[in-house]
Ligand binder design. Structure first.
Ligand code: MN
Ligand code: MN
Length: 479
């Protein structure tokens, strides 16, 4: 810069005013030093580890349990009365981590955050197995917002649990290790796709066509009607001890096979299945584990919900009384389980609803209003409201709570951006926020923006994950 330009900048009143008054979103990579980049990349290694062992809600809860144990969290059912760090789980698919530093002030509420650990996928039906054209297949029923065409012709893995009549359970995971077989859903060859090509993208692949290919050898190499299906049943019986009826009491989920990967020459992105919303589950978990020793007199809870992708219905979803049960279980543990304390504690709590937002994709700019949309690599999104068609179904956080949040984020140098989900009347979506707000607690949404949300391979920015983690820490420290 020449002297005269410098002088001009100093004296240009418009520029000065702009610097003083404008709020500009800033690339979170801007000015990052080597040490900070190392920190960002280190955190994302841990995040990828979390993703790789948490492809279902059950696996996520197991990961959260084992990671928190290493930080002296104890299962509430086994904890001594003096315990300050508790782990709670419900139906093995939902749970919470609790840090109680001040038993006397439990009535004053918790700093609480929550994410969901279920992701869109294909569930096996209750009667999945059939044979057709001497090949064996399993039928699925998709779970959550799935674009069906994204799930064909890719390697798929099967994860889940089978519960027997006597209550014992068997865990299944096929298609992840390199020596495992995988499964797949076939698509029509382009040569014969004249009719399919005319169909809209929503019906080009029908829900009932999402059947995974599982085998083709007839029982004892003798081809008869259903002998391939029987050979597969025989294999399952010998491997897992199951019969066809056992599928009725099973939760078997078909998910993309493979591990989370770095994306880009500069490795600035993470590509993986299930980042909605396990990115927030991870950041919530890691933030709590790291902040616990720094926060001396606050009571903290991190919750992990199931069923968000299907409307939060069911006793492990946020639209049940699960948060009430969590807080009640904690109050009971410390001998404060009366109804008044529970109601007050819930109402006095502050809740950060941790879920992902949609980042601007240059190929589909038109769905966003750029000033108020999440930008990839511009830090964590702070989302006052969601909903659709005139904010219908939104929690819409109060201005006072938004002020407290941005104060905490600014204080801890979190790079954050205000963001809404899509432009007005484009569509929209919701989070668990309003299910928590009904207890009287303050609630706002906060999480990173993704590209390809709900796809088998979703994209996050490492620097956004880092600032999401930092934002959750700042929430526990300064709210
Ligand atoms: Mn979500
Ligand atoms: Mn979702």
């Amino acid at each position: 810069m020449t002297q005269s330009v410098k002088d001009k900048k100093k004296t240009d009143p418009l520029k000065k005013l702009g610097e003083k008054l404008s709020f500009k979103k800033k690339s979170a990579w801007q000015g990052v030093k080597k040490r900070e980049q190392d920190e960002i990349y280190k955190l994302s290694e841990t995040y990828k580890e979390f993703l790789n062992c948490s492809k279902t809600e059950r696996e996520a809860i197991a990961t959260i349990e084992s990671w928190s144990k290493k930080h002296r969290f104890v299962d509430i059912k086994k904890a001594k009365k003096s315990a300050k760090r508790l782990f709670l789980k419900y139906n093995d698919v939902a749970g919470a981590l609790v840090v109680v530093n001040d038993v006397k002030s439990l009535e004053n509420g918790f700093l609480m955050s929550g994410s969901h650990i279920d992701s869109p996928r294909l569930d096996l039906k209750q009667m999945p197995l059939y044979e057709s054209e001497d090949m064996a297949y399993m039928k699925t029923h998709y779970y959550g917002g799935v674009k069906k065409y994204q799930w064909v012709t890719r390697p798929l893995a099967l994860h889940g649990t089978i519960v027997f009549e006597n209550g014992s359970a068997k865990t299944i995971c096929v298609g992840e290790s390199e020596n495992d077989p995988v499964f797949t859903i076939n698509d029509l060859l382009p040569h014969l796709a004249k009719n399919q090509n005319k169909k809209p993208i929503t019906t080009a692949i029908e829900g009932e066509q999402l059947n995974i290919l599982v085998g083709s050898i007839p029982y004892k190499f003798k081809s008869e009607k259903d002998s391939v299906k029987l050979a597969i049943l025989d294999h399952l019986n010998r491997t897992y001890g199951i019969t066809e009826q056992d599928f009725v009491s099973a939760e078997l989920q078909v998910v993309p096979s493979g591990k989370a990967r770095d994306v880009g020459f500069d490795r600035s992105f993470i590509g993986s299945y299930g980042q909605d919303d396990r990115v927030c589950a991870f950041c919530g978990l890691q933030a709590l584990l790291d902040v616990t020793s720094e926060v001396k007199n606050r009571n903290l809870i991190v919750t992990f919900f199931d069923k968000e992708e299907v409307g939060s219905i069911g006793n492990s979803g946020a639209n049940s009384n699960l948060v009430e049960r969590i807080v009640n279980d904690v109050l009971q543990f410390y001998g404060k389980g009366d109804y008044n304390t529970l109601i007050r504690s819930l109402a006095n709590s502050k809740f950060l609803s941790c879920d992902v937002n949609a980042g601007i994709d240059p190929e589909w700019r038109e769905v966003n209003e750029s000033m108020n949309a999440g930008k990839i690599g511009f830090g964590v999104c702070l989302t006052k409201y969601t909903g659709s068609r005139g904010k219908v179904g939104t929690n819409d956080a109060h201005a006072e709570f938004m002020a407290e949040l941005r104060h905490a984020f600014n204080k801890d140098r979190v790079l954050w951006q205000p963001a809404e989900l899509g432009k007005v009347d484009q569509g929209g979506g919701g989070t668990i926020a309003y299910f928590l707000a009904k207890y009287g607690m303050e609630v706002a949404d906060c999480g990173p923006a993704l590209l390809s949300m709900h796809a088998p391979f979703e994209i996050s920015s490492k620097v956004d994950v880092y600032h999401t983690y930092k934002a959750y820490k700042a929430f526990y420290k300064y709210l």
